[in-house]
Design a protein around this ligand. Structure first.
Ligand code: C2E
Ligand code: MG
Ligand code: MG
Ligand code: MG
Length: 287
């Protein structure tokens, strides 16, 4: 594993201030122009198997704001949800991530591109067509795309979620349950929906160890992690553990036998030029 440091790619997280409508309106105006001005970016965070091989990237949106710097999704995605601007932004993310995956030859390399889907985007009756169009336009094989859905997203309407997931899987696209274990009804969701991947939320990973090392971690948390991994495997899902930040966590996860790991220990999310050095055959040309 190569441990990467953030360098200039550290994102800023300012909380959108609810008490200041004027500031919100300004941010909303800025965001409307951001897409056409090319200020939206995707950073890519590697996902690895336990032999240290790259299995794919997760695309994570950032906004290069002219005055405020590089903003993380927490600073503007909730606003974009409220104003429905997330629809054109989400469509852009999907196309951009698929195009990048083709430039990196994901189909031939057997790698996967994971894309986060917003609730409003998933709710659109046209969502499946939008995915199909992104695949067609980019030329990405469907099996190289993983869509990450959260529990609260699918719980909004389980029947629609089921029909969308079935249609996506029939197309060959894979579907992941993101942030598993943090919602109110995670197990009912697994009962209702046939996810291909489970991503265990990083709050569990953080609880695995403390700064005093694995000896200090609670045996209960370790057993809970083991049980979640085993649950995923019983349901024939591949399991990724998120938020791996130290070697003690990685050692434990190796013992517990999860499939894939993701986290700052392995790599931070990086802009494409920096992320691509992690590819099996590093590419020289930018895409
Ligand atoms: P997520 O999908 O669960 O993504 C993982 C988040 O955890 C990312 O934050 C990533 O930078 C962070 N992370 C990864 N490894 C570690 C680690 O070891 N320690 C810690 N503390 N954090 C780690 P980010 O990029 O700020 O994204 C936050 C959330 O925003 C994402 O959570 C996802 O729900 C949402 N998001 C990101 N990109 C998009 C997008 O294109 N569309 C939509 N709708 N949502 C997005
Ligand atoms: Mg995700
Ligand atoms: Mg997650
Ligand atoms: Mg999350």
């Amino acid at each position: 594993y190569r441990v990467k440091h953030a360098g200039g790619n550290q994102v800023l997280h300012f909380e959108a201030q609810m008490g200041e409508p004027a500031q919100q309106r300004q941010l909303d105006r800025d965001l409307r122009g951001a897409q056409e001005r090319g200020q939206l970016r995707l950073h890519y965070q590697g996902r690895f198997n336990l032999h240290g091989a790259l299995v794919g990237f997760e695309a994570l949106i950032r906004w290069q704001h002219p005055e405020r710097g590089l903003l993380g999704p927490g600073s503007f995605v909730p606003l974009a949800e409220r104003t429905r601007l997330i629809l054109p932004i989400g469509a852009w993310v999907l196309r951009e991530a698929c195009t990048q995956a083709v430039a990196w030859d994901f189909g031939r390399q057997n790698l996967c591109m994971s894309v986060n889907v917003s609730p409003l985007q998933f709710e659109q009756p046209s969502f499946v067509d939008e995915v199909r169009a992104a695949l067609r336009v980019s030329g990405l094989p469907p099996r190289a795309l993983v869509l990450e859905l959260t529990e609260s997203l699918v719980m909004r309407d389980l029947d629609r979620a089921r029909s969308h997931i079935r249609a996506l899987q029939a197309m060959g696209v894979q579907v992941a349950m993101d942030d598993f274990g943090t919602g109110y009804s995670s197990l009912s969701v697994l009962q209702a929906l046939p996810f291909d991947h489970l991503k265990i939320d990083r709050s569990f990973t953080q609880a695995l160890t403390t700064e005093h090392g694995p000896e200090a971690s609670s045996a209960r948390v370790v057993r809970l992690m083991a049980a979640m991994i085993s649950l995923a495997h019983t349901l024939e899902m591949q399991v990724t553990v998120e938020g791996v930040e130290n070697a003690a966590q990685l050692d434990l996860l190796r013992e517990l036998g999860c499939d894939h790991v993701q986290g700052f220990l392995l790599t931070r999310p990086l802009p494409p030029q920096e992320a691509q050095v992690q590819l099996p055959q590093p590419q020289t040309s930018a895409s």
